[in-house]
Design a protein around this ligand. Structure first.
Ligand SMILES: *[C@@H]1O[C@H](CO)[C@@H](O)[C@H](O)[C@H]1NC(C)=O
Ligand SMILES: *[C@@H]1O[C@H](CO)[C@@H](O)[C@H](O)[C@H]1NC(C)=O
Ligand SMILES: *[C@@H]1O[C@H](CO)[C@@H](O)[C@H](O)[C@H]1NC(C)=O
Ligand SMILES: *[C@@H]1O[C@H](CO)[C@@H](O)[C@H](O)[C@H]1NC(C)=O
Ligand SMILES: *[C@@H]1O[C@H](CO)[C@@H](O)[C@H](O)[C@H]1NC(C)=O
Ligand SMILES: *[C@@H]1O[C@H](CO)[C@@H](O)[C@H](O)[C@H]1NC(C)=O
Ligand SMILES: *[C@@H]1O[C@H](CO)[C@@H](O)[C@H](O)[C@H]1NC(C)=O
Ligand SMILES: *[C@@H]1O[C@H](CO)[C@@H](O)[C@H](O)[C@H]1NC(C)=O
Length: 725
């Protein structure tokens, strides 16, 4: 018997009647839960099984949705990760007699007649609610459909993590029962992937992470361009050179092949479908956006004849080939998409062309519905017309007063509305001073920024004027999406910096869109004390890039001795390195300068805060000092290379001379002390702010520790990587 198992057994024997626990606050909070006083709670152990009601095990909401059994497998792997248990068995059972199950987490679905009573605040039925019943033997989660049951598993995971933290050796979840019902149907986040490239592995990690907070939508803004008036509207036709991304990679031979650019920054159908499945397996639906007729430089760079002369980022809707072109784009890509809705963008178009705009939106709504059965969303846009009106089948995503219509008026006119109001919800990858959007949700605004000093919730559009806000139970209000824009392009942020912006923001958004800001929701201080623990344990991804170590030191390689190519680590951890074509001597490891001369470690990358120090004596400045799965450090000017974006240090390394480098990184900055200088040198990026001025900004890089050397010629010694900056 393993030590942990014997501990479980001991605790069970000693403590048959003494196990009480209180349901602890979690993010988002449960709608209600009543503890069964004096009853024994449920003890999680290595014997715990996940039992899936056979009647619902293989039922799917639609062909791409996971079944209850699929969700159960996801839950099993997440639970073993959080609880530190080896593997938790999943089985189906058709028995009605749940007493037979022993120590089990039982997943089922409510009968339709009972499920129907659970509603969002807007009065529509929800399939995302669940009932939670806990006794000594069983945790029973009964969803209003399989997705509801899945959200219930997130609550159990959080309770396990929180109770484990308090009692460390065993986990007891209190007996009692409750229900949990989301306030709003749309609980989403948006990422601007048009102006900044992201790989699908990263995007799927974001879905998995967001799902821990019961967020159910990932809006992927997949087409956009940098905005620089000098390039776009200047006399030299430089709009062809301005960065614009169209991320869906048309099949080879398709007439749209030329549209998918930059080619090395596109997703194939297989990539994108993998992303959608992965997100769905965690309850998150991807809502793709292909933007036009504004923000459409990626399309007009391909077909310049479709632009409005003088404003190349805007397409001319009445140009006879414009609508057929946009239809052909959707025709090609609609079959890729799994969700029931897509966004056609359609914001910031010339208000004097309102009738054209309205015709365009309605034509696309009909076309997309005919082709795929899907509905569309547009961004709120001020397009005043006396004769025409956008169809009320189109959902409006409000983002700005007064450049789009006032949301309460839109709802009165019969439109369903999603709240993405910028003054609460917009984030930007690096900011351009005080007037721009923050990198994280402003917590003061989220907790006290609504009228009367109340907390924000999806029904709040205006911080001051309550007449612009709706009741919580407004029938036309669908929910909220928090967007993160990448106005300054690829080199402004690394993907991990984008995650740092999202980390606490998504937890806050999950709370506010599920539980609202009413009396049953968490207090700010409860949230602040819970978030760090829950962020650390959030399963299924490692966006924090945590590397475990016994003490502060993660690896310590002096490179003075080697045995059979193995480099022994002196830190007490087991991160032994192995060497190829490297010589070891009293001065350290000598690399030959070829790509075949390097040392590898078992670690891919380590997130900040960290300190990485080493001594380097180069005989040439080419090649790589350190590389990892998230970043590369080149010898030349100690330049970081992150997916092709280069960031050099203001330091030229001398040849044939030892330089001692000590790098410190936090989530905000990366800097180095060279030869124990007193002043740190920072790595910066330079942001081009609307072509107006250039602004430097700090960068945070993950530690590259997978490979040392490769193309580098010279000596490296005394490599130390430790936790903390
Ligand atoms: C759009 O194209 C049509 C047809 O070519 C043309 O008559 C019209 O002037 C153009 N509109 C704008 C705003 O350039
Ligand atoms: C709502 O917001 C708009 C735009 O900021 C403002 O003009 C208006 O006074 C506000 N109140 C009402 C009742 O529309
Ligand atoms: C509520 O459900 C009805 C029927 O499915 C639908 O037509 C309506 O748009 C929904 N309302 C919202 C705000 O989603
Ligand atoms: C930077 O990395 C990219 C791969 O991400 C590579 O194609 C490029 O050559 C590298 N640049 C330099 C200067 O090493
Ligand atoms: C794609 O290629 C361009 C041009 O060579 C390069 O600047 C960019 O870094 C590459 N992107 C990635 C993700 O490697
Ligand atoms: C670069 O570092 C030198 C000192 O080595 C300093 O004098 C100079 O101002 C720095 N330049 C920038 C752009 O920071
Ligand atoms: C980042 O890209 C901008 C163009 O968008 C460029 O002006 C700037 O020099 C780049 N910064 C770095 C550090 O390469
Ligand atoms: C970078 O961060 C350091 C430390 O916080 C700060 O002193 C410096 O002003 C920052 N530089 C820029 C360009 O923001």
């Amino acid at each position: 018997m393993k030590l942990q198992e014997s501990l479980w057994l001991l605790v069970t024997l000693l403590c048959v009647t003494c196990i009480h626990a209180t349901i602890l606050p979690q993010i988002p909070s449960l709608t209600n839960f009543k503890e069964a006083k004096h009853a024994t709670g449920f003890q999680l152990s290595s014997k715990t099984e996940i039992v899936v009601d056979a009647k619902f095990a293989n039922v799917k909401a639609d062909k791409h949705s996971p079944s209850l059994l699929d969700y159960a497998h996801t839950f099993s792997s997440d639970l073993s990760e959080i609880a530190g248990l080896k593997s938790i068995r999943v089985r189906t059972d058709s028995s009605k007699n749940q007493r037979k199950f022993g120590n089990a987490i039982y997943l089922t679905v409510l009968p339709q007649t009972l499920a129907k009573k659970y509603k969002y605040h807007n009065g529509n039925a929800t399939d995302e609610a669940y009932e939670l019943d806990i006794n000594q033997d069983i945790i029973k989660i009964s969803g209003s459909s399989a997705i509801g049951t899945f959200w219930g598993t997130r609550s159990v995971l959080q309770q396990v993590a929180i109770h484990q933290k308090q009692h460390s050796s065993h986990v007891t979840i209190p007996a009692g029962s409750g229900v949990d019902v989301p306030g709003w149907e749309v609980r989403g986040f948006m990422l601007d992937a048009g102006r900044h490239w992201f790989d699908v592995e990263f995007l799927s990690d974001l879905c998995v992470y967001a799902s821990f907070w019961k967020i159910n939508e990932f809006h992927v803004h997949a087409v956009d361009n940098l905005w620089n008036p000098a390039y776009l509207y200047g006399p030299n036709a430089e709009w062809q050179k301005l960065y614009a991304g169209f991320r869906f990679q048309a099949e080879p031979g398709s007439p749209l092949e030329g549209l998918s650019r930059p080619k090395n920054e596109t997703w194939s159908k297989k990539d994108f479908q993998w992303l959608q499945s992965k997100c769905l397996s965690y309850g998150v639906t991807v809502v793709p956006e292909i933007e036009s007729p504004g923000h459409a430089l990626a399309i007009t760079q391909w077909k310049p004849e479709l632009m409005i002369q003088g404003t190349p980022d805007n397409m001319n809707i009445t140009q006879p080939e414009m609508i057929p072109t946009i239809k052909s784009i959707w025709k090609e890509f609609l079959p890729w998409f799994y969700g029931s809705e897509v966004s056609i963008g359609a914001d910031e178009y010339d208000a004097s062309l309102a009738n054209d705009y309205i015709d365009f939106v309605n034509t696309m709504a009909d076309y997309i519905h005919q082709q795929s059965g899907k509905s569309i969303r547009v961004w709120g846009t001020n397009e005043p017309s006396k004769t025409k009106k956008i169809s009320t089948k189109v959902t409006i995503q409000h983002w700005d007063f007064p450049s789009d219509d006032i949301p309460v008026n839109l709802m009165k006119e019969g439109y369903n509305v999603i709240n993405s109001e910028q003054s609460f919800l917009y984030l930007d990858g690096k900011s351009s001073g005080e007037t721009s959007f923050p990198q994280e949700l402003n917590q003061d605004i989220m907790w006290t920024g609504a009228p009367g000093g109340n907390g924000w919730a999806p029904n709040i559009f205006d911080a001051k004027d309550s007449s612009n806000n709706t009741a919580v139970d407004e029938p036309r209000l669908r929910g909220s999406i928090m967007p993160l824009w990448n106005d300054w392009g690829n080199n402004a942020t690394t993907k991990l910096e984008v995650y740092y912006s999202f980390a606490r923001s998504l937890a806050t958004l999950g709370l506010k869109t599920w539980s609202g800001s009413g009396s049953s929701a968490l207090t700010r201080s409860e949230f602040d004390s819970l978030y760090p623990l829950l962020n650390q344990v959030a399963p299924g991804q490692n966006l924090n890039r945590v590397v475990a170590s016994k003490g502060k030191t993660v690896v310590s390689y002096d490179f003075k001795k080697t045995k059979h190519g193995q480099v022994t680590d002196k830190s007490g951890n087991h991160y032994e390195a192995s060497a190829k074509n490297v010589k070891f001597s009293d001065s350290g490891a000598t690399f030959e300068g070829s790509s075949k001369s390097y040392i590898t470690t078992p670690i891919g990358s380590m997130g900040p805060p960290y300190t990485l120090s080493f001594t380097v004596n180069p005989t040439s400045l080419s090649g790589v000092l350190f590389s990892g799965t998230d970043s590369v450090l080149l010898a030349n000017d100690l330049t970081w290379n992150v997916t092709g974006q280069l960031y050099s240090l203001n330091y030229s390394m001398p040849l044939h001379k030892a330089t001692k480098v000590e790098i410190h990184a936090t989530r905000e900055v990366t800097y180095a002390y060279i030869n124990q200088e007193k002043t740190p040198r920072y790595w910066y990026t330079v942001l081009d702010i609307w072509g107006d001025y250039m602004q430097t900004a700090n960068m945070s890089f993950a530690a590259p520790i997978q490979k040392i050397g490769a193309g580098f010629k010279g000596i490296i010694s005394n490599v130390q990587l430790s936790q903390g900056a």
